[in-house]
Write a protein that binds this ligand. Structure first.
Ligand code: AMP
Ligand code: GLY
Length: 427
């Protein structure tokens, strides 16, 4: 099979890496790709994500499957464009992707289909006075969220009515650009977070290993939110009883609801959860694989990923191709540029990459560039170092011993990735 991967992050590097292990895989291409992805996949010459060019390329190269990594092309409708040309796509339609691209839509949807989530209200720029009344009537903390896509950063937790009003004002005045023209204000949920990825053909689904991301920039889950600073899988926070609840109260009604709305979801449904006193609540949906959860989750998945994604894309999900969803533990540590998620400098040479390449350690690239035989930093999240072992403790130790071999100027990483997982496991 010929496969095209859309995206240039660690998630897409992991997808390319594990898809390439399939005996069915003949050629992998990537747009726009990154230096890590291009150690596995071929470039295309299509520099920008130019949708008509991508469609043309798929026809020319007989692409059997397009896997779309990021949210932006999904919310732009790339899946629809490709399907109109008869090209198989793993990724939801623009309409189904609204579950991620509009938080207001996702909340209304959950209300309609009785899916557990925090109480909320939605306001736009013209409803400032109503929003103030609402804020004053609620107990704090509250969570204020920009409706549109904001790279995981459009969410602010507020501890008082004054603070909430100030944040709302900033959001309406363009703090997150047009994404914040409408906002969701919701109750703060206290509990433990986890992520579940469900691979679905629109009717049936399979859940992959439950994982935990580390969204805050600093150790101990302090500081502002980022795209994700590390992940581990599986997390024993999600035991079988809880997983069954998540399936019956959340995943099944969500997929049925989307089908009922005339927008069946084909792809990876990411369910961001808060577990409060043993009950699961949805914090967010994403219409795609999570980053960095995917790097951890695919690391512990045994089976033919390409067959799985292809079967979902043609509406005939074949779960028999998966031998085991979590036979071991994976810990993935993101190395970022100092200053991220705010301002940071790039263009520094990365040393030590070759020292870490071993069977059970994989380095996924995100913000890197390749110039004259040297890899340089080029983004906020630069690398994701993933280690696998038979216990979580060993996976953490291995990941950090690999991290210590890497060096670039202004390098920053959290020192406690996976640590909270040790609270739930004896391993
Ligand atoms: P979101 O983009 O909606 O996932 O929000 C980003 C992060 O903000 C989540 O991963 C949580 O850590 C936090 N968060 C979002 N909504 C809530 C909530 N209702 N209660 C507590 N924390 C939340
Ligand atoms: N790790 C969170 C996300 O992918 O949105």
């Amino acid at each position: 099979m010929n496969v095209l991967i859309i995206g240039n992050g660690g998630r897409e590097h992991a997808l390319a890496y594990f898809i390439s292990k399939s005996p069915l895989c003949s050629n992998i291409y990537a747009i726009p790709g990154n230096p890590g992805i291009f150690s596995i996949a071929q470039g295309t010459g299509i520099k920008n994500v130019n949708y008509p060019e991508i469609t043309k390329f798929c026809i020319q190269k007989n692409i059997d499957l397009v896997v779309i990594g990021p949210e932006k092309p999904l919310s732009d409708g790339l899946s629809d464009l490709l399907r109109e040309q008869g090209i198989n796509v793993f990724g939801p339609s623009q309409k189904a992707a609204r579950i991620e691209s509009s938080k207001a839509f996702a909340k209304e949807f959950m209300k309609k289909y009785n899916i557990p989530t925090a109480d909320y209200a939605v306001f736009n720029k013209n409803q400032f006075a109503e929003a103030i009344d609402y804020i004053n009537s609620q107990k704090h903390p509250l969570v204020l969220k920009a409706d549109g896509l904001a790279a995981g950063k459009g969410v602010i937790i507020s501890n008082s009515a004054e603070e909430s009003i100030e944040i709302m004002k900033n959001m309406f005045e363009g703090l997150f650009g047009s994404a914040g023209e409408t906002i969701v204000i919701e109750q703060f949920l206290k509990g433990d977070e986890a992520s579940i990825l469900a691979i679905t053909d629109g009717n049936n689904y399979i859940t992959l290993a439950p994982s935990q991301d580390h969204k805050k920039i600093y150790d101990g889950d302090k500081g502002p939110n980022t795209g994700g600073m590390g992940a581990y899988a599986p997390t024993e926070l999600i035991n079988q009883t809880l997983l069954n609840k998540i399936k019956t109260k959340i995943i099944a009604p969500t997929l049925d609801g989307l089908k009922n709305e005339g927008t069946p979801f084909i792809g990876c449904l990411y369910v961001g959860l808060m577990i409060c006193n043993g009950e699961p609540f949805v914090v967010e949906f994403n219409a795609r694989f999570g980053d960095p959860e995917t790097q951890a989750v695919l690391n512990v998945l045994e089976g033919d990923l390409l067959k799985l994604l292809y079967s979902a894309s043609v509406g005939k999900l074949d779960t028999s191709v998966i031998i085991n969803i979590a036979d071991s533990y994976a810990c993935c540590v993101v190395i970022a540029s100092e200053g991220y998620p705010g301002h940071y400098k790039t263009g520094f040479p990365i040393k030590g990459l070759e020292l870490t390449e071993k069977d059970d350690i994989i380095i996924f690239h995100s913000g890197t560039s390749f110039i004259e035989n040297q890899i340089y930093t080029s983004g906020g999240r630069v690398l994701c170092i993933c280690a696998k072992a038979d216990t979580l403790k060993k996976a953490i130790e291995k990941a950090y011993s690999a991290v210590e071999k890497i060096f670039f100027e202004n390098m920053y990483y959290r020192k406690d990735i996976g640590k909270k997982g040790l609270n739930y496991t004896s391993q």
